[in-house]
Design a protein around this ligand. Structure first.
Ligand SMILES: [Zn+2]
Length: 255
């Protein structure tokens, strides 16, 4: 199920998922994490529970969002009701809440500062790159006490440039915001690699950035909206699972 899991410092846990070993039936088979795609709500809850348990968090503490491909950031507290509407990113300092971001070609992104005890998720496709949703997210994290030189970001799978042809107008608009997103495809047409663009935007903010997963369109173990249309969403979940321990967390997060 989890294609990657790890921690930022001692008290921040996260996991990225693929579509395998979940409870949902065709065409959402099987580890669909999204409520809005037409899947059975109980199956989604079982799937989310499987991931939140990995992090040591109860499924009722999971907060999802209803993205609109913009750059608004929601601040999550202990009383926030899921899903948070009209945001493409969420930040929190709340211990025990898990932030969920899902995608099926757009990149799910997680960020954390283990010293300040601030975590975030963001969802970015080409519109998110144009609106620079990760910059807005990092700014919201800094408002809560995080510092870019203590932050770590992991950018999850997206559709690659060879599987995602775009016209010149969309290509130019996206590449203006992140040159690395631009791909000249094998037949000379233009494509966008979303993950590469998002990673460039994270690094431009001074955030240490890595990535997980392959191309959503090519990997049958990932959901792809472009490939399957009616389908589920994989994603990432991150939570602060204990009191952040200041400088100790900083030291361990450097490894
Ligand atoms: Zn591809």
């Amino acid at each position: 199920m989890a294609i990657a899991e790890g921690s930022f410092g001692t008290d921040i846990r996260w996991a990225f998922t693929d579509r395998t070993n979940g409870f949902s039936a065709v065409p959402f088979d099987s580890l669909n994490l999204a409520e809005h795609v037409g899947d059975d709500a109980n199956s989604v809850r079982q799937n989310r529970s499987k991931v939140s348990e990995l992090l040591g968090v109860d499924v009722d503490a999971v907060v999802a969002m209803a993205p609109i491909h913009g750059n608004r950031v929601g601040v999550v507290t202990s009383t926030t009701v899921s899903p948070v509407p009209n945001v493409d990113a969420m930040v929190t300092t709340s211990v025990g809440r898990a932030l969920l971001v899902v995608g099926a070609d757009c990149s799910p992104v997680i960020l954390g500062d283990g010293v300040a005890g601030v975590i975030a998720v963001a969802h970015s496709g080409w519109r998110g790159i144009e609106a620079n949703v990760v910059a807005a997210t990092v700014e919201a994290m800094c408002d809560l006490g995080a510092k870019t030189d203590e932050m770590v970001a992991v950018v999850g799978p997206s559709v690659c440039g060879h599987c995602y042809e775009v016209d010149r107008v969309r290509f130019d608009a996206t590449v203006r915001s992140a040159t690395n997103a631009g791909v000249v495809r094998r037949d000379g047409t233009l494509g966008l690699d979303i993950r590469r663009g998002v990673m460039q935007q994270c690094r431009a903010l001074g955030v240490r950035t890595s990535s997980w997963g392959g191309c959503t369109y090519e990997d049958p173990n990932l959901f792809s909206y472009r490939r399957d249309h009616t389908t589920g969403r994989h994603g990432a979940m991150i939570a602060i699972t204990g009191p952040t321990t200041g400088y100790l967390a900083s030291t361990s997060s450097k490894h």
